[in-house]
Design a protein around this ligand. Structure first.
Ligand code: FAD
Length: 265
């Protein structure tokens, strides 16, 4: 497989840097081809602003979505964004790697998504009408490709368990896995998460390395998270509510959007 690893850590000698090298080595040892976007090292510009659309007239009001749409349609995105889109189209698999900062990805990575997932490329794709709400959530430009997260967290695994105070890790990562990756079509593998990393001893590090190597060996076969497809008939249009006959009435929130969540499962 062709793998794009987008790396969001400012220090190459960090735990994340070490895990990245482990992942790349294991993938390459199994015949995969790996490219890396190292956002801090590349000086990635993370904020969306007028500078992304230099063709806007000075008195044009800046509307981010409309500008993104026009730039994508006219091949007028900036060169750094075009290069990332080209890598996404090249890759069969996307890995986003980051330390959990304030319960989500570092701003630089969010800014990569904001700028690279352009209108017409990652959203605003397909027919939008009273019969169809676009190609998204299981359909879209990136359909047929896989994606997964590699995440390190300072908190304990128990703190991210179903009754843990931080909230379940699958809920915290849902906006990334479902909202960013599944939305434009990726099949999303369960995340690789390493907990309690700030005082990791050598044994803990080796254990994380072995778990990561095992995950890298199975990227082609690991079953994806079974999110429901938007256009699979389960959702009403245009309200986008899950049909009443699907899902357990007691299940609410993110878990409802998993196939097999409740009475249909
Ligand atoms: P490093 O600091 O580089 O390393 C961590 C430890 O790993 C080291 O001390 C060392 O013992 C070991 N190590 C590193 N490299 C090696 C190696 N090559 N071999 C052996 N051992 C090694 N945590 C949460 O759970 N939730 C949050 O919301 C959250 N928010 C945060 C917000 C901010 C702004 C910051 C700075 C931290 C936050 N954290 C949070 C903690 C954060 O997730 C961890 O600090 C981060 O994941 C650690 O990853 P790192 O690569 O920076 O580790």
């Amino acid at each position: 497989m062709k793998v794009l690893l987008v790396f969001a850590h400012p220090e190459p000698r960090s735990l994340n840097g070490a895990l990245r090298d482990v992942a790349i080595k294991e993938l390459e040892a199994h015949g995969h081809e790996v490219r890396v976007s190292d956002l801090y090292a590349d000086g990635w510009k993370s904020e969306v602003d007028r500078a992304d659309f230099p063709w806007l007239a000075p008195d044009d009001r800046f509307v981010a979505g409309a500008a993104s749409k026009k730039a994508f349609e006219t091949n007028a995105l900036t060169e750094d964004v075009k290069a990332e889109i080209e890598k996404l189209l090249w890759a069969d698999m996307l890995i986003l790697q980051f330390p959990l900062w304030w319960f989500t990805m570092p701003a630089i990575l969010k800014g990569w998504v904001d700028r690279v997932f352009a209108y017409g490329f990652a959203y605003g794709v397909g027919e939008h009408s009273d019969k169809r709400w676009g190609d998204r959530y299981g359909e879209g430009t990136l359909v047929g490709k896989r994606a997964m997260l590699i995440v390190t967290a300072g908190g304990w695994e128990e703190h991210y368990a179903p009754r843990g105070i931080n909230g379940p890790i699958d809920d915290l990562l849902f906006p990334i896995n479902h909202g960013i990756l599944y939305y434009p079509g990726y099949e999303v593998l369960p995340p690789f998460v390493t907990y309690r990393v700030d005082r990791l001893d050598e044994a803990g590090f080796q254990s994380a390395v072995e778990r990561l190597r095992a995950r890298m060996r199975t990227i082609e076969t690991t079953p994806p998270i079974p999110y429901r497809q938007q256009n699979g008939g389960g959702y009403l249009i245009p309200s986008m509510q899950l049909r009443a006959e699907l899902g357990d009435p007691e299940t609410t929130g993110f878990a409802l959007h998993l196939n097999g969540a409740g009475k249909d499962g």
